[in-house]
Write a protein that binds this ligand. Structure first.
Ligand SMILES: [Zn+2]
Length: 299
């Protein structure tokens, strides 16, 4: 999904019927069983962020990303159990859309039997820095790299587990601050009803995390987010959970536009103890953040 798609991905997703075909790394070693059935309706799993549509049950090539079709009604007539070249068994279903412009084989877990829910609340999750800005450094990594390579996949995994809010992700190859302040895009392009959560890591003398909030008192969501930090990392003693700041220019654009946001400083990237806790609990932290955002428990 391109830059515009990343921002407008809130419903207005471009569909390319003439997608190019890409070779896959893990393929089918053996087709164990095939079952056909009467055409049955399926829908793309809600909040799905990735999912190959393979051109055949041998999984050699894929031509579409299922996540680009969040509102499509699919028809399925066949399923198969495969042994893959990575040694794992998996079930795949053959699907096609109404005019058959998109068709192929998808992992069954990327489908659901009910249509996407009509949700009012939309969230945009943003990994800080990027596009040449490394952000803070420490413990052999950078803020931009850690957020994109470690935190983002976990957040995506748990985002797909909630159905009461729509969660999208800002294009990770972009830096929202640069987009906003240099190109007058970024935070200027975000729909006013969308809520924005920005992810960062702190550095340079200190430990613990906190939430930068958009008004003087934290919202219920800010409190839920801070409790995740408190549980797994500990709070930065300088803030005790929250910091109300008006000197962050990108945040000020959101505030002036009336957009609800939180900016999470999870931990100090250059603090050894913080970094150890961050790595150890990353999965639970990401789960906690998505639960805090959606205000729902994930099983
Ligand atoms: Zn940062």
């Amino acid at each position: 999904m391109g830059f515009a798609g990343g921002l407008l991905g809130l419903g207005a997703v471009a569909t390319t019927a003439n997608a190019t075909t890409v070779s896959s790394k893990i393929q089918t070693a053996k087709v164990e069983s095939v079952q056909t059935y009467k055409a049955t309706k399926y829908y793309t799993k809600f909040n799905l962020t990735t999912g190959n549509v393979y051109t055949s049950r041998y999984l050699k090539n894929y031509s579409h990303n299922l996540a680009n079709y969040p509102n499509t009604t699919w028809y399925s007539t066949e399923k198969t159990t495969l042994l893959k070249t990575n040694g794992k068994k998996a079930e795949y279903r053959y699907i096609y859309n109404a005019n058959k412009s998109v068709k192929g084989w998808v992992w069954w877990q990327n489908l659901q039997t009910k249509p996407a829910p009509k949700v009012k609340t939309q969230y945009l999750l943003v990994m800080g820095h990027g596009a040449g800005d490394a952000g803070a450094r420490g413990n052999g990594t950078t803020e931009a790299t850690y957020l994109r390579n470690k935190m983002l996949p976990k957040l995506k995994k748990y985002a797909a587990e909630v159905s009461n809010v729509k969660i999208t992700f800002y294009n990770p190859s972009h830096d929202i601050v640069k987009d906003t302040l240099t190109y007058h895009k970024g935070s200027y392009d975000i729909n006013k009803k969308t809520k924005v959560i920005m992810f960062h890591l702190d550095a340079a003398g200190g430990h613990g995390g906190h939430v930068i909030i958009h008004s003087k008192t934290p919202t219920a969501r800010d409190r839920r987010l801070a409790s995740v930090i408190k549980k797994y990392i500990g709070l930065n003693p300088a803030y005790q959970g929250y910091s109300f700041r008006t000197n962050l220019n990108n945040c000020n654009v959101l505030r002036k536009r009336g957009i609800d946001y939180s900016l999470i400083e999870t931990a100090f990237i250059d603090n050894k103890s913080d970094f150890t806790k961050l790595n150890k609990h990353l999965d639970q932290i990401a789960k906690g953040y998505i639960e805090a955002i959606a205000d729902r428990q994930i099983k």
